[in-house]
Design a protein around this ligand. Sequence first.
Ligand SMILES: Cc1cc2nc3c(=O)[nH]c(=O)nc-3n(C[C@H](O)[C@H](O)[C@H](O)COP(=O)(O)OP(=O)(O)OC[C@H]3O[C@@H](n4cnc5c(N)ncnc54)[C@H](O)[C@@H]3O)c2cc1C
Length: 444
Amino acid sequence: MDVRRLPKDPGPAAWNALLPPAPSRPALRENSSADWLVIGAGFAGLSAARRLAELHRGDRVVVLDAVTLADGPAGRNSGFMIDLPHDLTSSDYSSRADKDQRHTRLNRAGIDYALDAKTAYDMPDEAIVRSGKVNGAVTDRGVAHNNAYALHLDHLAEPYERLDAKAMHALTGSPAYVDGLFSPGTVMLQPAMYIRALARGIESNRVCIHEHSPVVQLERDNRLWKATTRSGSVVAPKAILAVNGHLESFGFYKRQLMHVFTYASMTAPLSSRQLKRLGGEPRWALTPADPMGTTVRRIADTGGDRLIIRNRATFQPSMEISDARLGEVIRTHDRSFRDRFPMLDDVEMAFTWGGRLCLSRNTVPAFGELDDGLYAACCQNGLGTAKGTIAGKLAAELASGEQGPLLDDMQADEEPIKLPPPPFSTMGASAIMRWGEWRAGKEL
Ligand SMILES: Cc1cc2nc3c(=O)[nH]c(=O)nc-3n(C[C@H](O)[C@H](O)[C@H](O)COP(=O)(O)OP(=O)(O)OC[C@H]3O[C@@H](n4cnc5c(N)ncnc54)[C@H](O)[C@@H]3O)c2cc1C
């Protein structure tokens, strides 16, 4: 089948830009064969390749990605590896208790696998560290979301701590937050640093990663899967598609995947004067109490002390956005930033970017065997750092004939349900998102 669309990533990949240039990996320039083929080198693809190398020492694994490592969504996110229920389409992140327990087990297994990579490949805390995160509320409505979420966590017997306005101020320096809910299990990433270190760790003379190698055709050829790029091809008996929403570009799950963009901005490094005016702790991580609100993070590492914010979600069935859209988002980011940090009115954003998410209407993954020897580890529902990691690992296990309770958990969800036909799907999803953002009010 011809691949219908290739990834387009709007704006700079800021986390990558903070790091020294990485040695580039060659594009595929030959017709070769492998024991395993992985398409996509984000969280899912690299975790799949890592697991394959663990299970089949000596086998040749080839990973192909369309872009530079960590320039795609894997390096464009806010870096929260969240263990707890975090359903972005729900009012307070929670879903049914049994589903939440199962997904929490999976998220935690993804986090454990990533922390194991930290030890195995000697990654610094800056790349990946367990620090927990706070759900921050700036309005009564946000407090109500935190209250509802706290009740759900009680029900799940999960620990958390509530923070009052004073504690939130001491943490963030922002006078805007009136309430917080701290949960300890979240792991924070410098996503580009983690992805680069993971790739470096798994590469060997048996595991080969090719950047700038978009797969333009995938076909079954004499019981082998053949992926063709613009300058070469790879054949392998088994292949894993780890391309998140681009699974649909390969002809699978048509009209079952929702392609959504979300957006982030990162400030220039804060000066010592600005830091003094800001106050608060040097590193913290805050998701909004209202899922449609604003994520904020402070870092103090390579690239200096900076604040990063993320908000807005737009439904983009074309999987592309225009420059005008990015311009419109910059204005929202500016407003959200000034509302929270009025003392930093002289701070400029150094980077603004967007990136793709893949959601399903019923918040389930697109996981499993698609065809004989072809597997999917896709549709991470906006939480691909943890979910992509475990989906990739488990897809490698499924393809290797392994069994186990986590694979059962991963396969217990129903299929992603169909979207209404366009233009109803576009109109409906866009209206729901705009309505949610409008209702979020100052939480945005
Ligand atoms: C601004 C922003 C903030 C976010 N914040 C968070 C967060 O805090 N926590 C969280 O968990 N998630 C977050 N996300 C979502 C997260 O980034 C994704 O869910 C995650 O990257 C998905 O991982 P993945 O490996 O499944 O897919 P991806 O990271 O998208 O990797 C798939 C790879 O496949 C490649 N590909 C696609 N088509 C082809 C082809 N034809 N040939 C070759 N390669 C191809 C792409 O180039 C890409 O590199 C955020 C996203 C954005 C944009």
